[in-house]
Write a protein that binds this ligand. Structure first.
Ligand SMILES: Cc1ncc(COP(=O)(O)O)c(C=O)c1O
Length: 471
């Protein structure tokens, strides 16, 4: 009941902000005043403010309270699309590979792949720790077990960290992997057969679509709201007739929208899928990189039946080159561990220990706090530049975490054609149709905001804005 009350209170304030009664930069009532005026408990008032923060509508300022968030004037959030109502065969790999390769050409302004700038990552500390672990633990290079594939020290750290977001995870449900991508692949292999249908977000992270294609799976696109993510009522409809084998989604700072699902929607999704016996695979790679003061909980935190497989890695927060991730696979642990053995027999023991010691040392929490601030600043700079340099009528999402920005151009713009011109001008981005197996979002694009703001990036956004009129 209290859950509904805080949602209602958050909705009330969201309405006041949308109607302009509460304006940009204006201070919201304090928690105590809100609790008194609305006759709710302090914790309900806190939860309502947190919800507004998660929706990107307000921001917390240290020691001052909550304020209506400033947004660039030309930035109303993009609207959800109606999606295909039948599953489709995925056929994107060829074009995706071409786009992703071309985007990496030397000298190109890197607004394509979602990669954090190397300078923001603790690369030096990782080098030192690698050398130290290899020196102190030579046994890690002597033989390996195909059955005990996890480093117990790493598992302990993963369980410990989960206490901060609704855990604890069970140590026995964890499978350490080579990346988040491997985690997703193992989970899909564990619970599907070729020809099955997977419910995915629309728009969806394109590597998820590539995985479906490679495994012969079909995609059913579920509409997503730019603020609140996957539509649970739409998923409810889609899973009524047993056609969906598994749900695959990014509930926290989705890629490309940057949306965060509210707790009530997460809880509802988890309960509904458990009742229908549809396994859930969640990708929480951006969970630590959400902008709200309190880290949003993953679906896993609401799971009481072991039906959710939580996948994550440290590619975005420590280094994409580490190639280390994990799955907390719940009741699918045995099936996922078997797939892991068949896929690669285990995960590099030295890298596992490097990560375990990095987490144990406590420096990760500080590092990730700094990164969150950087990414939030960079996303806001990008939003401002798009508002300044892109043509009138451009819309964009308001990311609540991560470091990509989803931009919607006027209906008639074809971003696949725009991409050709942008590459010729030395600027990368990812065209919108690659985020949909049925070719939606032809007038959208995704921009990477992982690099510190610079004149070169501002000028690239300006040149891109100029090319749009010609596409
Ligand atoms: C949602 C999402 N999941 C997974 C990945 C890839 O993670 P990893 O490098 O650990 O495979 C990315 C990278 O862009 C991503 O955006």
């Amino acid at each position: 009941m209290s859950e509904l009350r805080y949602e209602r209170l958050a909705d009330e304030f969201a309405g006041l902000i949308a109607d302009g009664v509460l304006r940009r930069g204006e201070r919201l009532p304090s928690v105590r005043r809100l609790a008194e005026e609305k006759r709710v408990s302090v914790s309900t008032a806190v939860q309502a403010l947190r919800q507004l923060e998660l929706r990107g509508l307000v921001e917390a300022r240290p020691q001052s309270g909550f304020f209506v968030r400033s947004r660039p004037p030309a930035a109303p959030p993009a609207s959800p699309r109606t999606t295909a109502d039948a599953p489709v065969v995925v056929d994107l790999n060829q074009r995706l590979i071409e786009v992703l390769h071309t985007n990496q050409r030397p000298g190109i302004v890197p607004l394509g792949a979602a990669l954090p700038a190397a300078g923001l990552l603790p690369v030096g500390a990782l080098h030192r720790r690698y050398a130290s672990v290899a020196r102190r633990h030579p046994q890690l290079l002597e033989g390996c077990s195909h059955t005990d594939i996890n480093d117990p020290l790493l598992v302990r750290q993963l369980v410990k960290r989960s206490l901060a977001w609704g855990g604890p995870l069970e140590g026995t449900e964890i499978v350490v992997t080579n990346s988040c991508t491997e985690s997703l692949s193992l989970c899909l292999r564990a619970v599907t057969r070729p020809g099955d249908t997977v419910a995915v977000e629309s728009p969806a992270y394109y590597v998820m679509l590539q995985l479906l294609e490679s495994l012969g799976l079909r995609a059913l696109e579920i509409p997503c709201d730019p603020q609140t993510g996957l539509s649970v009522p739409a998923l409810d409809l889609a899973t009524r007739d047993d056609q969906v084998a598994v749900v695959l989604l990014v509930p926290n700072a989705s890629n490309p929208l940057g949306s965060v699902m509210p707790d009530s929607a997460k809880r509802r999704l988890v309960e509904l899928m458990a009742a229908r016996r549809v396994p859930v695979i969640e990708d929480d790679i951006y969970g630590d990189l959400c902008f709200a003061t309190q880290r949003p909980w993953p679906l896993k935190a609401f799971d009481t039946t072991g039906n959710v497989m939580l996948c994550a890695s440290y590619s975005k927060s420590l280094s994409p080159s580490l190639r280390i991730g994990f799955v907390a696979a719940g009741k699918y642990q045995r099936a996922v561990a078997l797939q892991k053995m068949l896929a690669s027999g285990g995960t590099n023991p030295i890298t596992q220990r490097v990560l375990a010691e990095t987490l144990e040392a406590g420096s990760y929490e500080r590092q990730v706090r700094g990164l969150r601030r950087h990414f939030q600043g960079q996303v806001e700079q990008m939003m401002g530049a798009v508002a300044r340099h892109f043509p009138a009528g451009t819309r964009m999402a308001t990311p609540q975490g991560g470091f990509v920005l989803w931009v919607e151009l006027l209906e008639e713009v074809d971003t696949a054609r725009l991409w050709q011109r942008a590459i010729a001008a030395g600027i990368a981005f990812v065209p919108g149709d690659l985020f949909s197996p049925s070719g939606l979002y032809r007038n959208c694009l995704r921009l990477n905001c992982g690099n510190p703001w610079s004149d070169a990036i501002d000028s690239a956004v300006q040149r891109l804005g100029g090319l749009i009129g010609q596409a």
